[in-house]
Design a protein around this ligand. Structure first.
Ligand SMILES: Cc1ncc(COP(=O)(O)O)c(C=O)c1O
Length: 388
């Protein structure tokens, strides 16, 4: 019999939607996919070149558990440049994507029955990771615009609380935590001696002049309690290369490297070399991609709001639209899950139902797909919704 832990873990809803899309495509069905959260851009060529060079130079062996010093130094420079965070390479650990940094961080900080505060809507994997650690996820609400407020965090703190998880910009809502609220959350964390796991993988995907702020940058006290997590996955269209990283206190970094050393070892040596190129060379590709996403963001939100029963606020960041579709609900379509199934069957359009993110009224559209697909997809949805 498989373990209780394995029995309780839910499959990733986003990956499940993607698998369904691939299956339908194989049958020759023209599916428009808004499910998967990855840029449709190719990895920039200078990054690919760095990987080819690494292979040719025979850079194909195990690396130190926390990652190669060259990449850890490049990450220190990135944190100083972009986030006003000053760390030495002993504070940096590189993992197999931000996903593994997140999981290892929870393993390093959480004991069984500890509580970790997580705001809803949340990214699909946080709850499962906390569950695998035997910890309890304490889900707290955000406001109408999906913004996390410090008073919601304060209300949730108990003597069992060990950590707060922050994700700004947020997947799925795109919401950015206001700097004034972030400061208050930092004060709460320091006052109650709580760790903060700050998932900042969408930091570059922000629009309308919004500013990204890292909670650890406020002062030394909050910096000591924070693990700041990022990755090259989204920023450089490198989701398949599997490089994520974090900065934290040296004691935590050591624990993270030990966990990694005994479980997976360091991530792929070639991908680490590619990540050095990503972080240290020309950054024009990032601005180009964000500019394109901004246009798609405006188009998808406008077209969604033209559909009767759908209400979508303008996301401030990331590359997802998270509309409220409850205006469409009826005897036939009672939940976001039903609506997502209906869209897949009747319109051949794939979206992720909000239940996976903690809401049965919303569905998630990734707009990291072509403008043509966005326009065609919205047209199909409008047509089938009209016929309801
Ligand atoms: C909020 C958030 N954190 C972490 C990740 C995982 O990133 P990576 O591909 O680097 O593991 C994702 C991926 O979708 C995400 O949306």
């Amino acid at each position: 019999m498989i373990s209780e832990k394995a029995k309780n873990i839910k499959p990733s809803a986003t990956l499940a939607v993607n698998a369904k899309v691939q299956e339908l495509k194989k049958q020759g069905i023209d599916v428009i996919a808004f499910g998967i959260g990855e840029p449709d851009f190719d990895t920039p060529s200078n990054i690919k070149e760095a990987a080819k060079k690494a292979i040719d130079a025979g850079f194909t062996k195990y690396t130190p558990d926390a990652g190669i010093p060259e990449l850890r130094e490049a990450i220190c420079a990135k944190f100083a440049r972009d986030n006003n965070l000053h760390y030495a390479k002993e504070n940096i650990v590189i993992c197999n994507g931000a996903k593994q940094v997140l999981y290892n961080s929870m393993l390093a900080l959480l004991n069984a029955h500890d509580e970790i505060i997580i705001a809803s809507p949340y990214w699909v994997s946080y709850l499962e990771m906390a569950g695998l650690c035997g910890a309890n996820a304490k889900i707290i609400p955000t406001d109408k615009k999906f913004k996390l407020r410090a008073d919601a965090v304060e209300e949730a703190i108990t003597d069992k609380t060990k950590a707060i998880l922050l994700n700004s910009p947020c997947n799925p809502s795109g919401a950015i935590i206001d700097e004034s609220e972030l400061k208050k959350i930092a004060e709460l964390a320091v006052a109650h001696n709580l760790y903060v796991i700050s998932d900042e993988v969408y930091e570059k995907f922000i629009y309308d002049g919004a500013r990204h702020c890292s909670i650890a940058s406020f002062n030394d006290e909050i910096k000591k309690l924070t693990i700041t997590i990022n990755a090259v996955s989204k920023t450089y269209a490198m989701t398949g290369w599997r490089i994520g990283y974090c900065a934290c206190e040296a004691e935590i970094a050591k624990a993270l490297a030990n966990i990694q050393g005994q479980t997976t070892s360091a991530p792929n040596s070639i991908a680490q070399k590619a990540a050095v190129a990503a972080l240290t060379e020309n950054q024009d590709s990032v601005a180009h991609m964000v500019n394109e996403f901004d246009k798609r963001r405006k188009t998808i939100v406008e077209l969604l709001n033209e559909i009767q029963g759908i209400n979508c606020s303008m996301p401030e960041g990331a590359f997802y639209a998270f509309p409220d579709v409850s205006g469409i609900f009826s005897e036939r379509i009672r939940s976001a899950n039903d609506f997502a199934l209906f869209l897949l069957e009747k319109a051949n359009v794939a979206v992720v139902p909000g239940e996976a993110f903690g809401s049965s009224r919303h569905v998630r559209f990734s707009y990291a797909s072509s403008m043509q697909d966005i326009e065609k997809g919205m047209e199909r949805i409008a047509k089938v919704v009209k016929e309801l």
